[in-house]
Design a protein around this ligand. Structure first.
Ligand SMILES: [Zn+2]
Length: 468
């Protein structure tokens, strides 16, 4: 019987389950896949099959005896500071195992446990992927056995770098640097504004999603993350329309754009405070809760978070920013408990980033006509962006392109000499254009009507927005 079979028998698994495993692994073959080419099959004598959903579970069974031996008392571990909670000795997620040792003797215990486990299971530790980090001491705390690698400034656990400095910031910075490279390449693609928002939701958000569940987005990176998201939306550094307007739903004249700061901050708050408020919170919450306890008594009984009156340096880096956000966005414990993240996000954006469409005195029926028009399926696909920009008074006409240093902002038609090419000139006054709309309308029946509504609404926005 294999070592793994002995493990399973020792765990009192019944024969049937072991029989199924044997069937699944009997004469199992693998292939090399290189650049899409499948190589010759070969038998697998040890290890688990790559890509098989059963593999991680089997690995958990295999590593379990090792983890249990380390967790049973030979190590005194790190106290978590909560009465009744056992100290932290070992944490494991599949093959990613972290052990806490607090003396030379304990380090030696770990070395001999690894040796014993290697001998029993045939598995070996990967020295290249092993890392050591000193916690809570300046320099070396004690002499490490030779089997340990050289201590580092930070260690990577499940893809997140942990270290003594502000590790949240460095993890976010690393993701941002990757995302900025992607955005540089994607922003040149010929896509409509709506397609860009879809691209942001499908490909840009996932780059940060995992890190946002572990580290809160630091305030010092807000500008950079906004810039990253909006450069992809506009295709350049220029904001064509106010950012706050883009967060509105498409039905209400926006683009349904994500506010990255609200989105990622809420992912973190929901993960941490949602678990803290759960009826049966997971064990790690007690550690987290310990830091927050002094500040949350009022919040947990329905009020808002009290302002911080301690030096931030004495707290973990996520405490002060989390409390600040809860306070600033007036998020209550009930909101975290009962509202889905999406709804809570929409509420915050509608309050914090509320931008009225620049159509303050626009009669309701013109506004409704305009909103119906920019979302109408009748508008040809390639005119959608133009209609949306027109609605917001930002159509690309010479009088509007303030960021370009143009010598001549006049209408290019001979008969309009001296007239600035504003949106109302372009849509209403220019005799040449009006003739084109008329003829186009006679042919198609709808385009004239469409442009007519577009210009009415566009003009309202021009008339009411400052700077025009
Ligand atoms: Zn003209």
């Amino acid at each position: 019987m294999s070592t793994f079979g002995i493990f399973l028998t020792g765990m009192a698994w019944r024969g049937g389950f072991i029989g199924w495993l044997k069937t699944l692994y009997r004469e199992a073959e693998s292939f090399m896949l290189v650049n899409g080419w499948i190589g010759q099959p070969f038998g697998v004598g040890s290890g688990v099959r790559q890509g098989c959903p059963l593999s991680p579970l089997l690995y958990v069974f295999a590593v379990d005896p090792f983890v249990r031996r380390l967790d049973c008392g030979a190590l005194c571990g790190v106290p978590v500071g909560v009465a009744g909670e056992p100290p932290l000795r070992v944490i494991a997620y599949a093959d990613d195992v972290s052990v806490f040792v607090s003396g030379a003797v304990e380090a030696q215990v770990v070395v001999s446990e690894i040796e014993q486990y290697s001998e029993a299971s045939g598995s070996k530790i990967n020295q290249d992927k092993s890392e050591v980090l000193w916690l809570g001491v300046e320099g070396e705390g004690f002499v490490l056995p030779d089997a340990f690698p050289v201590p580092q400034q930070s260690v990577k656990v499940l893809g997140i770098e942990f270290g003594p400095a502000d590790y949240g910031k460095s993890n976010w910075e690393a993701r941002l640097t990757n995302a900025e490279v992607e955005v540089k390449c994607w922003k040149g693609w010929r896509l409509s504004l709506r397609e860009r928002v879809d691209l942001i939701k499908t490909y840009l958000i996932p780059i940060f999603l995992y890190v946002s569940t572990v580290c809160i987005l630091p305030e010092s990176l807000y500008t950079r993350i906004y810039s990253c998201f909006f450069q992809l939306l506009w295709g350049s550094r220029l904001n064509l329309v106010k950012r706050d307007v883009t967060y509105l739903s498409r039905r209400n004249g926006g683009l349904g754009m994500v506010n990255p700061v609200v989105f990622f901050s809420l992912v973190f708050l929901k993960q941490f405070f949602g678990n803290m408020l759960a009826e049966r919170p997971p064990a790690w919450v007690s550690l987290f809760r310990n830091w927050f306890r002094p500040f949350l008594s009022c919040w947990e009984s329905g009020g808002l978070v009290k302002s911080l009156r301690v030096k931030h340096g004495e707290l973990p880096t996520y405490v002060a920013p989390s409390l600040k956000i809860l306070r600033r966005w007036r998020v209550t414990a009930e909101d975290i408990k009962s509202l889905p993240r999406k709804l809570l996000g929409e509420r915050i954006v509608s309050v914090v980033c509320h931008a009225p469409l620049a159509l303050r005195d626009c009669p309701g029926h013109i506004m409704r006509e305009g909103l119906r028009l920019i979302n109408s399926e009748r508008i040809p696909f390639k005119f959608r962006d133009q209609a949306w920009l027109g609605f917001h008074g930002r159509l690309f006409v010479r009088g509007n392109l303030k960021y370009l240093s143009l010598d001549d902002r006049g209408c290019p038609r001979e008969e309009c000499r001296g007239e600035v090419e504003t949106m109302d000139h372009f849509l209403l006054q220019c005799p040449f254009n009006v003739e084109v709309y008329k003829r186009g309308g006679e042919c198609s029946g709808c385009s004239f009507l469409a442009l007519h509504v577009l210009c009415r609404v566009g003009i309202w926005s021009i008339a009411r927005s400052p700077g025009f």
